[in-house]
Write a protein that binds this ligand. Structure first.
Ligand code: ATP
Ligand code: NI
Length: 446
C-alpha cells in the first residue's frame, strides 16, 4: 500500500496581540506527525477546540490569515506548497468540511457539488453522477436548486459527503462528518467511508466521537493538548486496553460506558498554557522526574506511534512477544531508583547535625545578648539620671548669682553649665555604654 499523506512535525500557531503591541504565539498544534496509506482510514480523535479542523485546513491550504504553519505536508511523497494545495484541492484530496459555512453561499447545491467543468459534455456527465449519488443519500431533485442556508443539519451533512465523493479523490479528509445525524445516517455515512477505503481511497477521519472512530478506522491517532500522543491500532482498543500504550489512551478507553465510565482526573492543558515537559505530566500515574523537564518525542513502534518515556527502547518485536510491559516497568523502576538515590545524596550533603548545633548556638547567643543589653541599658539610665541631677544643681548656682544682681554671671554660669554638664553627661553615660556593651555581647554570643 502506497503512502498518500505524510504530515511531518506540523505546528500551527496564532499571533496574538496582548496588552499594547505585545505579540505572542498561541500554539494550537505542536509537532504533529501522522501518515495515511491507500485504502486506510486513520481517525484523529481529539476534544473540542484541540485543533482538529485546523489540521484539515492546513492540509487544504485554507488556514486563517493570522495562522502560522510549520512542518511538512506531503501528498504521494511530494511536499505540498500553498500553490500545490490550491491545485490539488477538490481533485486529489477533498475535504468534507465541518459545516456548510464552507460552501459558497451564493451557489446552488448542485452547482457546488458538480464543481468546475471544462466542457458542456463533462458537465452533463457529472450532473448524472451527482443525481445518482445524491439520490443514494436520499437527497431529492429539489435539493439541487437549494442554496446552502436552506439545508437542514442532516441534509447538509449528506450534501457534504456526497459532494466529496463526486470528485473521485485519492484522499478524503472528513472533519466531524457525523454530529447532527440520526443513528441510521451515521451508520450509513460511516459505511460510505468503508466503501471509499475498499476502493483504495485514504480517509482521514477527524472526530471527537470515539465510537465512530472505532467503528471504521484502521488506526486511531490521539490528540492531547495539541500533540499526537499515540497512534494505536483499532484492535488495541479491546479487552482491558492492555495493548494501548499511553496512559491517556488507556484512560480514554476505560472512560467508555462499556468499560466502566472511569473518570479521568485533572485537566488537559489548553492552548497558551506553557508546559515544559510531557503535556500529560500532571495527570500521569507513571511519571518520573524526566517527564517534568523533557518532552518525549513521538516514537515509531511498527505501525504504532507513542510519545512517552516509559517506552524508551521498546521495539515492535517486544510488543509481539509481550515483553513490552517488562521493558516499560524496568524504565519506571530505573527512574524511581534514580530519585531515591538523589534524595539520599541530598540528605548526606546537608549534614543535619552540624546545622542543628549551629542553630542552637545562635539561639544561645541571641538570648545572652538580650540579657546584656537589658543590664547595660539599666546602668545607662541610672547614669543619665545622675547627670540630670548634677545639671539641676548647676542651675541652682546661677539663681544665687541673680539674687546678687549680676546678669552676666547668670548667663555664663547658668546656660553653659547646663548645656555642658547635662548633654555631655547624658551622652557619655547613656549612648556609649549601650552601644559598646550590646555590641560586645552580640559578638561574644555569636
Ligand atoms: N482564526 C483564529 N485565530 C486565533 N485562534 C484560532 C483561530 N481559529 C482557531 N483558533 C484556535 O484554535 C483552536 C482549535 O480550533 P479548531 O477549530 O481546529 O478546533 P477543533 O478541534 O476542530 O474543535 P471542534 O471539535 O469544536 O470543531 C481553537 O480553540 C481556537 O483557540
Ligand atoms: Ni472542528
Amino acid at each position: 500500500m502506497d503512502k498518500l499523506l505524510d504530515v511531518e512535525n506540523v505546528s500551527i500557531s496564532f499571533i496574538q496581540y496582548t496588552k499594547g503591541l505585545n505579540q505572542r504565539d498561541l500554539k494550537v498544534i505542536t509537532d504533529l506527525t501522522l501518515d495515511i496509506s491507500e485504502g486506510e482510514i486513520l481517525a484523529v480523535l481529539g476534544s473540542s477546540g484541540s485543533g482538529k479542523s485546523l489540521l484539515a485546513h492546513a492540509i487544504f491550504g485554507i488556514l486563517p490569515e493570522n495562522a502560522r504553519l510549520n512542518g511538512k505536508i506531503k501528498f504521494k511523497g511530494k511536499e505540498l506548497s500553498q500553490a500545490d494545495k490550491e491545485e490539488i484541492r477538490g481533485k486529489g484530496i477533498v475535504l468534507v468540511p465541518q459545516s456548510v459555512n464552507f460552501l459558497d453561499p451564493l451557489m446552488k447545491i448542485s452547482d457546488i457539488a458538480i464543481g468546475h467543468c471544462d466542457s458542456e459534455e463533462e458537465k452533463k456527465e457529472k450532473k448524472i453522477k451527482q443525481r445518482e449519488i445524491f439520490e443514494h443519500y436520499n437527497l431529492g431533485p429539489e435539493v439541487d436548486e437549494m442554496y446552502p442556508f436552506q439545508l437542514s443539519g442532516g441534509m447538509a451533512r449528506r450534501v457534504l459527503v456526497s459532494t466529496a465523493l463526486l470528485a473521485d479523490p485519492d484522499l478524503v479528509v472528513a472533519d466531524e462528518p457525523t454530529p447532527g445525524l440520526d443513528e441510521k445516517t451515521v451508520e450509513e455515512t460511516l459505511n460510505h467511508f468503508k466503501h471509499m477505503k475498499d476502493d483504495g481511497i485514504g480517509v482521514l477521519l477527524i472526530t471527537h466521537d470515539i465510537h465512530a472512530a472505532l467503528e471504521v478506522a484502521d488506526r486511531i491517532g490521539i490528540f492531547y493538548s495539541g500533540y499526537v500522543i499515540e497512534i494505536a491500532l483499532k484492535e488495541d482498543f479491546s479487552g482491558d486496553g492492555e495493548n494501548l500504550l499511553h496512559p491517556y489512551t488507556k484512560a480514554l478507553y476505560k472512560a467508555l460506558p462499556a468499560n466502566g465510565f472511569e473518570v479521568i482526573k485533572g485537566h488537559q492543558p489548553l492552548h497558551g498554557e506553557i508546559v515544559k515537559g510531557c503535556p500529560y505530566y500532571d495527570r500521569c500515574d507513571w511519571r518520573f522526574d524526566r517527564c517534568k523537564e523533557e518532552r518525549p518525542e513521538l516514537m515509531d513502534i511498527g505501525l504504532k506511534k507513542i510519545r512517552c518515556f516509559k517506552y524508551d527502547g521498546v521495539t515492535e518485536d517486544m510488543i509481539k512477544d509481550g515483553a513490552i510491559e517488562e521493558t516499560a516497568e524496568a524504565n519506571i523502576e530505573d527512574a524511581a531508583n534514580e530519585v531515591v538515590e538523589k534524595a539520599a545524596e541530598l540528605v548526606d550533603e546537608s549534614n543535619i547535625e552540624e546545622s542543628a548545633e549551629a542553630v542552637e548556638g545562635a539561639e544561645e547567643a541571641v538570648s545572652e545578648t538580650e540579657d546584656a543589653i537589658e543590664e547595660e541599658v539599666a546602668e545607662a539610665v541610672e547614669g543619665a539620671e545622675e547627670a540630670v541631677e548634677g545639671a539641676e544643681e548647676a542651675v541652682e548656682v546661677p539663681e544665687e548669682a541673680v539674687e546678687e544682681g549680676t546678669e552676666e554671671a547668670v548667663e555664663e554660669s547658668s546656660e553653659e553649665a547646663v548645656e555642658e554638664s547635662s548633654e555631655e553627661a547624658v551622652e557619655e553615660s547613656s549612648e556609649e555604654t549601650v552601644e559598646e556593651s550590646s555590641e560586645e555581647a552580640v559578638e561574644e554570643g555569636a
